[in-house]
Design a protein around this ligand. Structure first.
Ligand SMILES: Cc1cc2nc3c(=O)[nH]c(=O)nc-3n(C[C@H](O)[C@H](O)[C@H](O)COP(=O)(O)OP(=O)(O)OC[C@H]3O[C@@H](n4cnc5c(N)ncnc54)[C@H](O)[C@@H]3O)c2cc1C
Length: 428
């Protein structure tokens, strides 16, 4: 059976590999020149397991095990393999409420090294962090922004061995090599321009340059272009995905010279996340989407401002300077790229659709790099089941995660799910 996977990002490559491992003939098409040159290349690559949905905690944990033993997953690779340092991650929630404690308990239950820390314990372990509470975050233009806080945070959740993939595009390229070795054909520098009904197979995909690909199955893994591809295929889903512009900035890490290790921090109280970069010389900082910041959805994923802006830089870097007061504002450095956001709940959509043979793994909402290999397995399993005559709407996939010994009911990722109770932010 001929499958065309649209998109060779980290998730697209993982899906292509898993489909091939299950015996499908797979062609992967990407408009860019190599794997991982889409939104994957801008990813912060953070691999944490703190999520609102237990299924996602488990999938991220399985993902962590795969990143930690990457060579076993991809086999022998020519050139460099990814690096996966694990300095741990601290979550500073606005409140240490029942939901946060339930998440921490679920993480502990499935074997993730998780600790709930009081402000004093946090300060003792990480003395460079200010434990004041800034919730709710305000815009920099608000006079309250620079006022000292009279309150402390309620506490933090510490994920002891959370990590990050140093060069996310390399992860996609490692997967590409593994997939090519298994027999996947990659077609780069080719943009899919139309998806029609085929004469000999279900689909005829037209590519730039006048070529065409005939396929029985199409998988849309086009990242921020997911909506464009769905419209091309004439497929409407009950959940909507839209591209959201993001910026991530770099500042010098003041702890670097003293050799004090910096953990990853998800500062929901302050409205930012940050992690070490450039082997600890820098800190990169992004947003956790506090309500005071207007979300910048874009209409056309091929046409958006790729430059970093003063507005975002000030906002994110000054918030970082509140949490780590020794940071100083350096020259502007950073990137701008797009998330592919599921508007309703910020969780991915991994499912068949109502058009036979057309599948999606989209809406990854800025937080699914970590689960890419697991999403690859799930998508391949859905395709295999549906193409063998099973209706996964009626009999959903129970995904076995062998490394952590957990089975996940994957209905929470289905296109027709009831709206999930999530943070509706990148935290998921
Ligand atoms: C700034 C940023 C920070 C992030 N940080 C994290 C993080 O710390 N941790 C985490 O887990 N996740 C993170 N993410 C999310 C994660 O990186 C993405 O979910 C993941 O990389 C998406 O992979 P993908 O393969 O689905 O999409 P992409 O990498 O976007 O790949 C899609 C591909 O489809 C191709 N394509 C699109 N349209 C067409 C067409 N018509 N024809 C041919 N090809 C086409 C594109 O060229 C592209 O290469 C972050 C994302 C961003 C943008």
């Amino acid at each position: 059976m001929q499958v065309c996977v649209i998109g060779a990002g980290v998730i697209g490559c993982a899906i292509a590999l898993e489909l091939r491992r299950r015996g499908f003939d797979v062609t992967s098409v990407d408009k860019n020149g190599d794997a991982g040159h889409g939104s994957t290349s801008s990813s912060c690559g953070i691999v944490r397991r703190f999520y609102s949905q237990p299924g996602m905690i488990a999938m991220a944990h399985e993902g962590w095990h795969i990143w930690a033993d990457w060579r076993s997953f991809v086999g022998d690779i020519e050139g460099d393999l990814i690096e996966f340092p694990c300095p741990g991650m601290i979550f500073i929630p606005p409140r240490l409420d029942a939901n946060v404690l339930a998440t921490a308990a679920e993480m502990q239950r499935i074997g993730i090294k998780t600790h709930v820390l009081s402000p004093a314990e946090l300060k003792e372990r990480f003395p460079f962090l200010d434990v004041s509470s800034y919730y709710p975050p305000t815009p920099v233009s608000d006079p309250r922004f620079f006022e000292p806080s009279e309150h402390q945070i309620e506490g933090a959740v510490y994920e002891e061995d959370a990590g990050y993939v140093v060069f996310p595009a390399l992860a996609a390229q490692n997967l590409r090599q593994a997939a090519e070795r298994a027999g996947v054909v990659f077609r780069f520098n080719r943009r899919i321009t139309a998806i029609e009904a085929g004469a000999t197979r279900r689909f005829r995909l037209e590519l730039t340059g006048g070529e065409a690909i005939d396929a029985d199955v199409v998988v849309n893994v086009a990242g921020p272009h997911s909506g464009v591809i769905n419209r091309m295929a004439g497929v409407t889903l009950p959940l909507e995905t839209r591209p959201l512009r993001r910026e991530v900035h770099a500042q010098a890490n003041p702890l670097y010279e003293s050799g004090v290790p910096l953990p990853i921090v998800g500062d929901l109280d302050g409205g930012i996340y940050f992690r070490p970069e450039s082997r600890g010389r820098d800190i990169i900082v992004g947003s956790t989407d506090p309500q005071c910041d207007v979300l910048e959805f874009v209409d056309d994923p091929d046409n958006f401002d790729r430059g970093v802006t003063q507005l975002y830089r000030e906002r994110q870097s000054l918030r970082l300077m509140k949490r780590v007061p020794s940071v100083t504002l350096g020259r502007p450095r950073g990137i701008a790229d797009l998330y592919d956001v599921t508007l309703q709940d910020w969780y991915p959509i991994v499912d068949r659709t109502d058009r036979p043979g057309y599948y999606v793994c989209i809406g990854t909402s800025g937080s699914s790099f970590k689960s890419a290999p697991v999403l690859g397995m799930l998508t391949a399993q859905i395709v295999e089941a549906c193409e063998s005559g099973r209706d996964t709407d009626v009999a959903p996939i129970q995904l076995t995660l062998p490394r952590i010994g957990v089975s996940v009911d994957t209905r929470f990722l289905a296109r027709n799910r009831a709206t999930l109770k999530t943070t509706s932010t990148v935290i998921g």
